[in-house]
Design a protein around this ligand. Sequence first.
Ligand code: 13P
Length: 287
Amino acid sequence: MLVSAKEMLTKAKAGKYAVGQFNINNLEWTKSILLTAQELNSPVILGVSEGAGKYMCGYKTIVGMVNGMLEELNITVPVALHLDHGSYDGALACIEAGFSSVMFDGSHYPIDENVAKTTELVKICEEKGISIEAEVGSIGGEEDGVVGAGECADPDECKMIADLGVTMLAAGIGNIHGKYPENWAGLSFETLDAVQQKTGDMPLVLHGGTGIPAEMIQKAISLGVSKINVNTECQLAFQEATRKYIEAGKDLEGKGFDPRKLLAPGAEAIKATVKEKMELFGSVGKA
Ligand code: 13P
């Protein structure tokens, strides 16, 4: 059964480790992530962006797929199905479809509007026992062709949003989605420290987990980060393994064209990436 992310993140914050959010794109992704979490006895959050939601035929299809896998793969570790960077309407649609967690990303609104919309969604999520993530200070990176630098959140605004009763809070600390540029200034631990001081026990979320050096990840966890989102790194691992398979001409040998064979190296590569991240985040054995 899908669970809210609240309990796993409260434990992570208290235990000074982080739970990984791994974004899913299809059946292979989902299966690889769930099997790895089970093997390592780790809690896990499956992230679904609105774009990936459309790609996978809509939120109801995803809920059906994930619930089916939990049962048929005998997954017993805590699993949350979470909307990533949701709009207000997207969050409502996911709640309706059976997600156990949603993110409302109101970071691009003026703070008053972010507060108003987050407040409404917190109330709905509380009634349904669903966890909710809010965001302050937008995360940079390339999204729909627009490249933004990672912003640093205002700690007072973070406190305003945290006090609304959200489950977890994403604060921009110079992090960006996708690969980091050569001249990236690194995470702003000063901002993170100030945000944690204002928000106390609130589990903080680090987006853009791809390519952040291990020492920075560990330092971020020590300063209150309890959820780390990874997407691009699994995509790159899948792409590299698939490229190798085809470049080696394996798709031309025997039944190497069968998607069950063609996609297998990519699926294994996702498992290896997820394992590496769970070990780094410290969530192994914490289910
Ligand atoms: P990356 O694609 O950089 O790993 O970021 C993932 C993310 O933050 C999803 O919200």
